[in-house]
Design a protein around this ligand. Structure first.
Ligand code: 5AD
Ligand code: SF4
Length: 443
């Protein structure tokens, strides 16, 4: 989601005559889009911005520095203290204003530079973290869509589930959805430019359009999937992420009659222990989660399921952890992101008793990772010798003679093929698996 939001901001700069650079030492403006979901992400962003701004201070004093996104939203003016050279703090509902703010500082500095006024280079301290009605509708433009075959499309913003550990509802505001017609127009524009696959983004996609009237018994999200599915030239649809609450049969059934819907679902489980789920304020039981996995696999037998799991939530006992481990073994996830619980300011879980020591979290993380990796490696090995439809996205980052692509199950495949095949969906024979990456050749 941050990547998508950043793209929108970058696009506004490019449209107004700025040029993107990959080199910090060449930039006149450095903007960072920050994540607050875990402490580590915040520390990384703070460290990087602090370092870059102090390194460039002497030789490039005119550079404008901005922090955007969730950390800007939650830390607000405190960030000016943490990063002395910082000029802007822009919240999650104000991405569309970043260009104006930055451009006016750039212009001011240019004028003062001509007048040789060093004082112009002291921090500007622009802050905008207010709410903005309809901010979800501003994330709609793309940077060079003609140069890629897959794109993210943001369908909604915010979340009001208030899981006890999560900072998102405080940084991204109330849930707001874009109209179906706007999303369809955006996807059509992308497809006209050459995009073959879209990933629809939302905090809880299955809550999209939950206030829309049902059509043939189908809710807003399935109506959206059907509308996007009809777009000629679009080959693949993905979405992230659904929540077990409000995951209705219409979405399970969508896997049976929407062939463009890829055979992969990222379905956060968080914990396999009902006691911990309750403490997390995730109002479902593990059995209900598992049942949905079974139903989806019935609807789409080759469905790959991946998940998010938090270990070391306050009060998690060894028995609770073992229930999570058991659930992972039972469901046989294709892959899982495992997170050590990270206390976030202002969230209920941060104030809970029985915080778990870091070494226990680390031990559970390592143990679970072993289980997850073993299953992932086995599942990848099973694909050797099969033929998979692969969308060839672009040159491999590690070997320019190969193309990198993904199967419908979202597994990465490196393919011996020339650049002329970029953007194609081709049957690929899987020749080898090195554990997490598959290698294949054109059939
Ligand atoms: N600590 C650890 N992991 C977290 N997540 C969200 N908040 C926290 C936290 N405080 C994880 C959840 C979510 C994923 C995006 O990040 O598993 O699904
Ligand atoms: Fe955070 Fe829970 Fe909302 Fe996901 S559903 S964004 S974990 S509050």
């Amino acid at each position: 989601m941050n990547e998508r939001d950043s793209e929108q901001v970058a696009r506004m700069f490019v449209q107004n005559g700025y040029t993107l650079t990959t080199s910090e030492s060449e930039a006149d403006v450095i903007l960072m889009n920050s994540c607050s979901i875990r402490e580590q992400a915040e520390q990384k962003a703070l460290g990087k911005m602090g370092l870059v701004s102090s390194q460039l201070q002497q030789h490039r004093p005119h550079v404008v520095y901005g922090m955007m996104g969730c950390m800007a939203q939650s830390k607000k003016e405190e960030l000016f203290k943490e990063i002395p050279r910082l000029d802007l703090v822009i919240g999650t509902q104000k991405y569309h204003r970043v260009f104006e703010y930055v451009d006016s500082i750039v212009r001011q500095r240019q004028e003062h530079r001509m007048d040789n006024l060093q004082s112009a280079f002291s921090g500007s301290h622009v802050i905008d973290v207010a709410e903005e009605v309809d901010s979800q509708n501003y994330i709609k433009d793309h940077l060079n869509p003609g140069e890629r075959s897959t794109a993210f499309v943001s369908i909604m913003q915010g979340c009001q589930m208030k899981c006890a550990y999560c900072i998102v509802p405080y940084t991204r505001g109330e849930e707001r959805c874009r109209p179906i017609a706007d999303v369809v127009d955006e996807v059509k524009m992308l497809v006209d430019a050459g995009v073959k696959e879209v990933t629809l983004l939302g905090q809880i996609v299955n809550r999209y359009g939950r206030e829309f009237p049902l059509v043939d018994g189908k809710g807003g999200f399935v109506q959206l999937l059907e509308a996007v599915h009809e777009i000629d030239g679009l080959k693949r649809i993905r979405f992230v992420s659904p929540h077990p609450i409000g995951f209705r049969q219409d979405l399970v059934q969508a896997f049976t009659y929407l062939p463009k819907l890829c055979s992969h679902i990222h379905f956060p489980m968080q914990s396999g222990s009902d006691r911990i789920l309750k403490l997390m304020r995730r109002p479902y039981k593990n059995e209900a989660y598992m049942e949905l996995c079974v139903q989806m696999r019935q609807a789409r037998p080759d469905l790959a399921i991946t998940t998010d799991i938090i270990v070391g939530f306050p009060g998690e006992t060894e028995e609770d952890y073992l229930e999570t481990r058991k659930a992972v073994e039972e469901i046989q996830f294709d892959n899982a992101f495992i997170f050590r619980y990270s206390p976030r300011r202002g969230t209920p879980a941060a104030a809970m008793d029985n915080q778990i020591p870091e070494e226990v979290k680390e031990a559970r993380n390592q143990d679970l990772l072993e289980v997850v990796n073993k299953i992932a490696v086995r599942k990848n090995a099973e694909l050797v010798g099969t033929v998979q439809e692969v969308l060839l996205e672009g040159p491999s980052k590690t070997n320019a003679a190969r193309l990198a692509g993904r199967t419908s199950q979202n597994k990465p495949v490196m393919v011996e093929a020339g650049c002329e095949h970029i953007g194609e969906i081709r049957p690929i024979r899987i020749d080898e698996s090195t554990g997490f990456t598959l290698y294949g050749s054109l059939c």
